[in-house]
Design a protein around this ligand. Structure first.
Ligand SMILES: Cc1cc2nc3c(=O)[nH]c(=O)nc-3n(C[C@H](O)[C@H](O)[C@H](O)COP(=O)(O)O)c2cc1C
Length: 180
């Protein structure tokens, strides 16, 4: 992250949110320490979730061979990454806590929120992430021996950035907001 004079927590947060970019090229041979991933996940579990269900589940992948195999089944995964976090939802758990709404809808929002928390924390710690949704659910589940009641929601490729992508354009506020 670039050094910017920041005067308040809101400014710091705004800076982290605005300067996070999807990173598709990572420094080769620079490993992400296990402790860093553990710290990110330990903070991210404080994200909000519907009915406080916390149905998110994670598989942290550091093994090069597994990462290479995962990439083969993930057309949306561009470039290599030294680590990945597979963000899943325990659908049985969300059903038990929040019924049909939890199982069919809320879990996607809950996992989406925790994934954004992970991406922002990673960025604040000097790491880059790519949230990948284009992958084969069946192939990755089999490869990683994912429990049958977990759905893989996204794969987060993570590593130290080797590029500084330009920010893709954002729609203007007036296109997004209706005031009443
Ligand atoms: C739900 C979701 C799925 C995505 N899937 C992919 C993907 O499969 N492959 C990829 O390269 N990027 C993927 N992205 C990254 C988006 O393309 C990226 O966030 C968007 O272009 C905005 O760029 P920025 O993240 O740098 O602001 C995904 C992002 C989200 C939130």
């Amino acid at each position: 992250m670039k050094d910017i004079e920041l005067s308040s927590i809101a400014d710091v947060l705004a800076n982290v949110i605005k300067t996070r970019r999807t990173i598709r090229r990572f420094k080769k041979d620079v490993k992400v320490p296990k402790e860093v991933i553990e710290r990110i996940l330990d903070i991210a579990r404080w994200s909000p979730s519907g009915s406080n269900a916390q149905e998110w589940r994670f598989i942290a992948i550091m093994d090069e061979r597994l990462l290479r195999a995962m990439k083969m089944f993930s057309p949306g995964w561009l470039g290599e990454a030294p680590a990945a976090i597979v963000a899943c939802a325990d659908k049985d758990w969300s059903y038990r806590v929040a019924g049909v709404l939890g199982r069919d809808k809320m879990y996607l929002i809950d996992v989406g929120i925790v994934v954004q928390t992970i991406a922002l924390l990673a960025h604040a710690m000097g790491l880059g992430t790519n949230i990948i949704m284009s992958f084969s659910q069946e192939a990755i589940s089999e490869l990683l021996n994912v429990p049958h009641n977990w759905e893989i929601v996204v794969i987060i490729a993570i590593g130290y950035p080797d590029e500084e992508p330009k920010p893709p354009p954002r729609m203007s506020l007036s296109e997004l907001v209706i005031w009443r």
